[in-house]
Design a protein around this ligand. Structure first.
Ligand SMILES: Nc1ncnc2c1ncn2[C@@H]1O[C@H](COP(=O)(O)OP(=O)(O)OP(=O)(O)O)[C@@H](O)[C@H]1O
Ligand SMILES: [Mg+2]
Length: 517
């Protein structure tokens, strides 16, 4: 018998304004009640296809059928009306407002012509209870954990009565524990008859949660298969069109002198919260020190203080023995510090500037990039061509604005620039977030190569697999405090690590102090 498709996209072609064909004659059908995975390398066209389905981008050709009827989805509002909702990778909530206010955004209940907050709270509680996804309606969004924010985004869609939920890389910002919580929620929704389209670069997640999956490559749909009929290796082969994924080669570290020393760092944020409490650690040349921890436990503050984005309130940071306090970002970079920021669109890349400009934005003022009073175009173009090639950045040359690249390719632009300065100290905060399997391996290899050249690498990651694979030693942050230090990651289980991350376990000060021996 023919399976019931709740949704069917046929012959979708999407050409962006600059002539780039992001979707080529794609057919994509989803069965009712399935969790359907959508996978493919960075730039394969996943987000584009989903934006077409959500009415955010209009295709040049193609038809969409929803519950058996052809529909015209000309805007997100039209999609929501039909019952199709999308949660974007970057949350669209207003941080200064409460959960309830965000929940009813654009459909605010009123009483006597005024916003009815009580009713907003009631609606939130009702939908939260109905789906078993508890949330406090009175909390401000800015005080929520990432996982809770995501729950609000999902509840927001459920309040609008969607039946099909598109999740674009929902787990990219989650810890493994939060990911598992999300999966419990998704399975509940599936059992209630919802259909979910799930985008992820983590093939293990696809295997765990999805019923079927579709592989996109270079804007084309390659295949749709039952998840049970393929291995992770099969999936990645379909994605790249060849055998991929080598395991990482890593020799024992050759530890040198201390290059980065952080001493008794304390930090209070704008709300008076004690975000960092007496944090001290060091990273030596030839060593990769990993920082594990649930997001929002002080990781960002540490990396922003080392790199000069934020100023030091109390404590000290030394790079090769020199204090960075009071120095500008450029001065700190001149000391040999590179930074891959977790927030690529705020600190990593200038959206409107070209790929080329972004690749050299840290060095254009240097002599070799100048010719008299002007920039030396030839050298700049050559440099950017080489970087585009060695980091496999998917683009048509370097002159397009960086914002026209897919999320993962923007991340590669940032990484290419930061690695290519032969830094002494590398602060890599979520360096492979949103990057496909192949490109993640490339970045991990580059981190290890940098360490083998004698640099000190600080790796902050929400991906425990990555931390265990890449780090030589590891500290765990919980509530702004270092709660554990592991001299080696060998034999360290994800479970044990998780217990420290959640604050269920803590080492003694003596054990943590071994970091300085
Ligand atoms: N507004 C735009 N203008 C021009 N080209 C664009 C635009 N948005 C995306 N593209 C291009 O379309 C291609 C597909 O992008 P898309 O965002 O759909 O990829 P993706 O599969 O979601 O990748 P990722 O895994 O990195 O998020 C990319 O090569 C990108 O450069
Ligand atoms: Mg995308």
């Amino acid at each position: 018998m023919e399976q019931e498709y709740v949704l069917s996209m046929q012959n979708i072609t999407k050409i962006y304004k600059d002539g780039f064909v992001a979707n080529k004659n794609i057919d994509f059908s989803v069965r009712k009640g399935d969790i359907h995975g959508l996978v493919g390398e960075n730039g394969a066209g996943k987000s584009t296809l989903m934006k077409v389905l959500f009415g955010q981008e209009l295709p040049e050709t193609g038809k969409i059928f929803f519950k058996g009827e052809e529909v015209n989805i000309s805007s997100p509002l039209a999609a929501l009306k039909l019952g199709i909702g999308m949660v974007h990778q970057h949350f669209m909530l207003v941080p200064s407002l409460t959960v309830a206010e965000n929940m009813v955004f654009g459909m605010e209940p009123t009483k006597g012509g005024l916003f009815d907050f009580k009713e907003a709270v009631r609606l939130t509680e009702e939908v939260a209870q109905k789906y078993g996804l508890p949330i406090d309606p009175n909390m401000k969004i800015r005080d929520l954990y990432v996982g809770q924010k995501q729950r609000v985004e999902i509840l927001k869609m459920l309040l609008r009565n969607v039946e099909v939920l598109i999740l674009d890389e929902p787990t990219a910002v989650l810890t493994p524990q939060e990911t598992q919580e999300l999966f419990v929620q998704l399975v509940k929704l599936k059992e209630q008859g919802y259909t979910i389209i799930f985008i992820s670069h983590k093939l293990g997640e696809i295997k765990q949660i999805c019923d079927r999956l579709t592989v996109l490559r270079d804007g084309c749909s390659i295949q749709t298969v039952d998840v049970d009929s393929v291995t992770e290796q099969d999936i990645s082969r379909m994605m790249v069109g060849r055998n991929a994924v080598n395991s990482l080669v890593k020799t024992p570290p050759k530890i040198g002198q201390v290059k980065l020393r952080v001493k008794r760092l304390n930090y209070f944020n704008g709300f008076g919260k004690h975000v960092l409490q007496n944090v001290s650690f060091q990273v030596r040349g030839g060593e990769i020190l990993g920082i594990a921890g649930i997001e929002g436990n002080g990781q960002r503050e540490i990396s922003e203080m080392i790199t000069g984005i934020d100023s030091i309130q109390s404590g000290e940071i030394l790079v090769n023995g020199t204090c960075v306090k009071g120095k500008s970002v450029r001065e700190i970079r001149e000391m040999g510090v590179a930074h891959i920021s977790e927030d690529r669109m705020t600190y990593g890349a200038a959206a409107e500037a070209s790929i080329e400009q972004n690749l050299i934005s840290d060095r254009f003022y240097k002599k070799q990039y100048q010719r008299g009073q002007i920039l030396n175009k030839k050298v700049i173009q050559r440099t950017s061509r080489e970087l585009i090639k060695s980091f496999t950045i998917k683009c048509d040359g370097g002159s397009a604005p960086v914002k026209t690249l897919s999320g993962g390719n923007i991340q590669k632009v940032v990484a290419a620039r930061e690695f290519s300065q032969s830094p002494q100290v590398m602060v890599a905060n979520q360096p492979t977030r949103g990057i496909d399997v192949g490109a993640s391996e490339l970045i991990r290899e580059k981190l290890i190569a940098l360490r083998d050249e004698g640099a000190a690498v600080l790796l902050i990651s929400a991906d425990m697999g990555e931390l265990r694979e890449v780090s030589d030693s590891l500290i765990v942050l919980c509530n702004g405090k270092i709660v554990a230090y592991f001299e080696t990651v060998e034999g360290l289980s994800e479970n044990e690590l998780g217990e420290y991350m959640l604050g269920l376990k803590e080492q003694t000060p003596e054990e943590i102090g071994r970091c300085f021996q």
